[in-house]
Design a protein around this ligand. Structure first.
Ligand SMILES: Nc1nc2c(c(=O)[nH]1)N[C@@H](CN(C=O)c1ccc(C(=O)N[C@@H](CCC(=O)O)C(=O)O)cc1)CN2
Ligand SMILES: NCC(=O)N[C@@H]1O[C@H](COP(=O)([O-])[O-])[C@@H](O)[C@H]1O
Length: 224
């Protein structure tokens, strides 16, 4: 039996990019790969329904709901300790799974990982990639599309261009080596929703292409 690349997807919301990966694994655009699990940090994430519809196991694991951080905690040091414990626990879950992934894809995962997650995962040779709706070095963090659009409206968006990237994940948010990028030129008169619609359509293509590339690289290295 041909080796397969085991993919774990992480999401926090609608999961349309997760769905793009599901569809691409099913039709072979992401060949010789299996989605072994979905992890969400928001219980009501529609991504869980998409997982159910495709018989993909999923787990809800949340910093506060699962007791790592008190909802009322405002102390930065205490919060950091809580995040470290959450990160370590999530990494342990993944590494102890009987379906340990070869690749983790962050598809709208809205939580910043610290070293307590990244280090144990990296040590086991598991790659992590992330989809981000901005170009390398621009609009790092959440709400990137909105911030680029605001700059466009203010005439400050360089060349009226923003974009999308899939990048390797490192501690510094959205600063990891880009794997694939696409430029998007915002047109005069376009509404934010119209820009978002165009970006999301291209995201679904890019996340599939990038996941396929990395999964094939992983399989090639496994074959050696
Ligand atoms: N160590 C890293 N962790 C993550 C990366 C990364 O590159 N390095 N990418 C992000 C995804 N992301 C943008 O692509 C992103 C997601 C979330 C946030 C953020 O501000 N999160 C807040 C909570 C926000 C919320 O709950 O609504 C937080 O974690 O405190 C910034 C960037 C995934 N993780
Ligand atoms: N900083 C990370 C980030 O902003 N990610 C963005 O979350 C959305 C998830 O959509 P989805 O839940 O429909 O896949 C996507 O637009 C993705 O680029």
């Amino acid at each position: 039996m041909a080796p397969t690349c085991r993919i774990l997807v992480m999401a926090s919301g609608n999961g349309s990019n997760f769905q793009a990966i599901i569809d691409a694994v099913a039709d072979g655009r992401i060949p010789n790969s299996t989605i072994v699990q979905l992890v969400v940090n928001r219980g009501k994430a529609y991504a869980t329904t998409r997982a159910d519809n495709s018989n993909i196991p999923w787990e809800y694991f949340n910093l506060i709901a699962h007791g790592f951080q008190a909802k009322t905690d405002k102390d930065p040091e205490s919060i950091q300790q809580a995040r470290n414990k959450y990160d370590a626990a999530l990494a342990k879950k993944i590494l102890e799974s009987n379906q340990r992934p070869d690749l983790i894809v962050l598809a709208g995962w809205m939580y910043i990982f610290g070293e307590h997650f990244l280090e144990p995962i990296s040590k086991e040779g598991i790659k992590i990639i992330n989809l981000h709706p901005a170009l390398p070095g621009k609009y790092d963090g959440a709400n990137a599309i909105e911030r680029a659009y605001d700059d466009f409206q203010a005439g400050k968006l360089e060349g009226n261009k923003t974009g999308i990237m899939v990048h390797y994940v490192i501690k510094e948010v959205d600063a990891g080596e880009p794997l694939m990028t696409r430029e998007i030129e915002i047109q005069k008169g376009e509404t934010l929703d119209q820009v978002k619609e165009r970006i999301h359509a291209i995201e679904h293509q890019l996340i599939v292409k990038a996941t396929a590339r990395v999964s094939q690289e992983i399989l090639a290295s496994k074959a050696q």
